[in-house]
Design a protein. Sequence first.
Length: 306
Amino acid sequence: MNKQSSRSHAIFTLYITYKEGSSDDTKKKVKNSELHIVDLAGSERQAKTKATGARLKEGANINKSLSYLGVVIEKLSSGKDAKHIPYRNSQLTYFLSESLGGNSKTIMIAAISPADSNHEETLSTLKFADRAASIKTTTKANIAEEENLKAILGLEIKKLKDEILDIELGKTTVTNFSKGIKEAEDQRLSRRKKKEERKSTLEAELESIKEMLKVAENDFEEAKKEKASLQVGRNALFEQVGLTSTDLRENLNVDPDAPYLVNVSDDPTLAGCLVFFLKDGNTTIGSADEDEIDIIIKGLGMRGTH
């Protein structure tokens, strides 16, 4: 409750991609990483802040998300193999799931006050930090192979150029036929015609591949930004019409902790459009129109039952 307080959680994420290999390699090793810098808002007590109205609601939301974070950290620090960590209870814990219990290195700084009036908050924060310090995470490199389209097309261009050169050199080789043998002459002309046709075809393919190479050399970041923008817009639209997972649970009277499946797609306008809540016990997925199939999904690679 001061002019400097943002009264919100601030999250800054830096995405890093490092590619190993020269421009001539047909495959490159790609390392991906993310750096999250998170500033959590401090908990607030209405008895001290005397907040009302919108300010009181803001403080309640801050405290609610911090409480969910405390539950997650307590389960992770218990040392037991918990069957379920409630990351999805809040947007904050869902975003921090990889940092808290995934493939990551995490540093947490706890801010406390020496004032007597903040004794309870200081003690609570120290206990919170102690539990967080006991969480152990393991890290491994995120390495994948990526096809180098530019190098692949370069090899194909060289191959086509060599073939065209062979054809052009072959045009100067004339077999000495006897002038009186018409059949041999016809064969020579036929072979020459086929070589000319093959050369024209290869030159057309070469031009086509060069055009593809130009496209491959363009900046793909614009396409990635456009995709991310569409994703954000789609999520915002879903929230406006009440189609988030939380709203769906409330509207369909589904248990808040019920697990569910969400579809993924390269097309951002299609990703996340399907939500399937899983019932207690066994849930059967498949493409067959039968009574024992709970979730029917048609498409390539879908068996009768999964």
